[in-house]
Ligand binder design. Structure first.
Ligand code: PRP
Ligand code: MG
Length: 212
């Protein structure tokens, strides 16, 4: 039997809420995230627990058919991937921030500055549009520490509650994009699996409507 293959974040902010949506859709997944792959008992679905940043490539290659992923990841790494449905959770911003003590006037202040980030494409495109050239330091996590240790003058990262910025004495000065969890689709999805996707989307839409 054909099954639809869905990628879910392995660990992190999206993991729990992604599984909750499936559950609310009446789809029971057999084993937890300790295994990298699981199946549903009552819907033709296989679940793959993957790293966020890898998911766009899996979709592109057609190794998975669909994914629950943050829009911010698609903006950074998967502008070619189609969004079927916005899911209304895991809302966040991708923002530029500077030390609190710095007087900030405009985006032009970033000219020639060192920016630490895990979102190089997002920052580069944003600054390019504004005609600003900066020097990027690409790091994969704990980005907000960079100004404190002298690695960078500013940072670009996800802002959710704002507490990481606050704790590191940083202030948000430019919001580059707002993001939420979405249902993304592989460009290589087969006709058969597209039918399963439609069934799933039908359920998701009623779950979202009930959530209001
Ligand atoms: C994420 C993100 C920000 C923070 C934003 O980091 O990179 O640092 O959460 O959330 P907040 O505004 O609610 O504080 P995460 O904790 O996932 O760790 P990482 O950056 O080391 O991956
Ligand atoms: Mg972080």
């Amino acid at each position: 039997m054909t099954k639809i293959r869905i990628a879910i974040q392995k660990a992190g902010r999206l993991n729990e809420e992604s599984l909750q949506v499936l559950k609310d859709c009446g789809i029971s997944i057999d084993n937890g995230k300790d295994q990298l792959k699981a199946s549903s008992r009552n819907f033709p679905m296989e679940v793959f627990y993957l790293r966020n940043g890898d998911i766009p490539q899996y979709l592109r290659d057609g190794v998975v058919d669909i994914a629950i992923i943050g829009e911010n990841v698609l903006v950074e790494k998967g502008t070619d991937i189609i969004i079927a449905e916005k899911l209304g959770f895991s809302k966040c911003k991708v923002s530029l921030a500077v030390p609190k003590s710095v007087k900030y006037n405009s985006v032009n202040d970033f000219e020639g500055k060192r920016i630490a980030t895990s979102y190089p494409n997002t920052v580069l495109n944003y600054l390019k549009e504004k005609g600003v050239k900066a020097d990027l330091h690409i790091i994969s996590g704990s980005v907000e520490i960079a100004p404190n240790i002298g690695l960078a003058d500013a940072i670009c990262d996800i802002v959710s509650s704002g507490s990481t910025l606050f704790k590191n004495n940083l202030k948000e000065v430019e919001v580059m994009l707002t993001s939420e969890a979405v249902l993304a689709v592989s460009p290589k999805i087969t006709v058969e699996r597209k039918e399963l996707l439609e069934k799933l989307q039908f359920r998701i839409q009623s779950v979202l409507r009930a959530r209001g």
